[in-house]
Design a protein around this ligand. Structure first.
Ligand code: AR6
Length: 170
């Protein structure tokens, strides 16, 4: 597996699967979620609504992942995952790690060879970037997956630097 860092907008990545930092409603929001639905168009929301009706009436649980079409994005699928809201008093790192593991498991089911991840939970959900990066890189490195091309797409230089430090760590 090759892991690369990209500074930019995840909706522009030409990969098999783009991961969305969604919320459990699967009905959209701000940040990455807003950008993916805006650029990908209404087909993605249509499939999300169907998934809610068929499987996730109570919402997609934190740490899980589910795929839809990528609509008009230059990708084949969007894999929606729900990160945990950061807590200073409770360790929710296992649930953040689960987002990466489950996204890769879904990617394997789809037969995806390449995947682009955002820094899940490190925006609206408040996760400190260095810790989010350490969990993301550590989990992906250890995941049993057929995916050969993993990209972390970071929206600003601070996020990029945090992921670069995590990648340099043994
Ligand atoms: N490409 C790459 N990274 C981006 C982009 C983009 N287009 N836009 C933002 N980021 P967030 P979360 C970065 O808030 O913390 C939504 O409302 C951003 O700077 O998108 O998991 C959902 O519906 C940050 O570093 O996701 C949920 O309610 C990182 O992506 C909630 O936000 C993640 O920020 C999820 O919050």
């Amino acid at each position: 597996m090759e892991i690369t860092l990209v500074l930019g907008d995840i909706t522009e990545e030409r990969v098999d699967a783009v991961v969305n930092a969604a919320n459990s409603s699967l009905l959209g929001g701000g940040g990455v979620d807003g950008a993916i639905h805006r650029r990908g168009g209404p087909e993605i929301l249509d499939e999300c609504r169907k998934l809610r009706a068929s499987h996730y009436g109570g919402g997609l649980p934190t740490g899980q992942a589910v795929a839809t079409t990528a609509g008009a994005l230059p990708a084949r699928w969007v894999i929606h995952t729900v990160g945990p809201v950061y807590s200073a008093t409770e360790d929710r790192g296992d649930r953040l790690a689960s987002c990466y593991r489950e996204s890769l498991r879904v990617a394997d089911e789809l037969g995806a060879a390449s995947i682009a991840f955002p820094a899940v939970s490190a925006g609206v959900y408040g996760w400190p970037m260095d810790d989010a990066a350490r969990i993301a890189v550590g989990t992906v490195r250890r995941a049993p997956t057929q995916v050969t091309d993993v990209r972390f797409v970071l929206f600003n230089r601070d996020a990029y630097a945090a992921f670069a430090r995590a990648l340099d760590a043994p």
